[in-house]
Design a protein around this ligand. Sequence first.
Ligand code: NI
Length: 387
Amino acid sequence: MTIKEACQSLTGEIVKWRREFHRHPELSYAESRTASVVAGMLRQFGLDVREGVNGYGVVADLVGKIPGKTVALRADMDALAIVEETGLPYASEVPGIMHACGHDGHMAALLGAAQILSGMRDRLRGSVRFIFQPAEEIPPGGAIGMIEAGALDGVDVIFGLHLWSEFPVGTFYTTQGPMMAAADLFTVTISGKGGHGGLPHKTVDSLVIASHLVMASQHIVSRQVNPLDSGVVTFGLLQSGSAFNVIADKAVLKGTVRSFDPVVRDLLQGRLEQTAASIAQMYGARIDMDYVRGYPAVINHEREARAAMQEAEPVFGAQHVGIMQPNMAGEDFAYYLQKVPGAFCFVGAGLPEGPVYPHHHPRFVIDERALPLATEWLCRMALRYVM
Ligand code: NI
């Protein structure tokens, strides 16, 4: 039986597992039921299973007969605080929680690969490590703690995938180099001195100072970042003032900074902090900035991204495998790629006839025909290194 045939014949099971996860979603850092279901199945497949890795992480090794490389495959396990509105017969049974990002499908597809590959153990030259990671959705995320707990020890190369509803089922996309952005968050609090709207000389006007900060920050990307690099500084919130004739004593601004290159990331943060400090000094207000770093950028390694596309061709057909534009969403797979070579890839899961709802939407659905394709690609990636 070929890998393709093995995946097709396992489709019913994979879909059943996915629906089972879909019925029982759990929030980030609380995936206890999910983790024990996953671990139980991996044990049934005969793998060496470690549970409780950085919370609810599960790591399982398939050790081949002959020593060789170790290839890691990763799935995430968490769901979101969303009230499901799909009306599906297997919709969430947990009020207010929904698998609205496809992580249920990631687990099912990877379990399918674990079952198929475990049946080939005698022919494997090396090991396959299956990483089921908690808490992808909420920084600091599960990946970093799993790496600290040894999830990547001995790993030569790693791959992961995201089912993606905005690409139609039957397609596969990735890219060499920057793929998803580093996404940081900041809050600025400006403390001035309030007063009478007709007596501005007796105040320190926080609202005017906030306006200056917003405008001055527009120079950061347009005049301080190399035009051939990319970055975003967005102010998404500005709150200040209470009445038409009162000068505001306080202003609060919140925003996000996005980048791909770590040097650009440092530059954006540094310039934003300097701009705020200079404006504070110029106008005599106090400006406090709380800058929180989210996940770093997902940077695919070139050789491994090429390998991922090569293995995708027999699965999806060469005409359905493409290079995607970098995506400004974040993903903590980034941390694995900082440690070992690998690539993160998107597997199309959109219904060809629509409607297509974005990830994290209450009506988000995937086309389950994507699942055996994802399993097949995962199997092929593993076998590329251990067969
Ligand atoms: Ni996701």
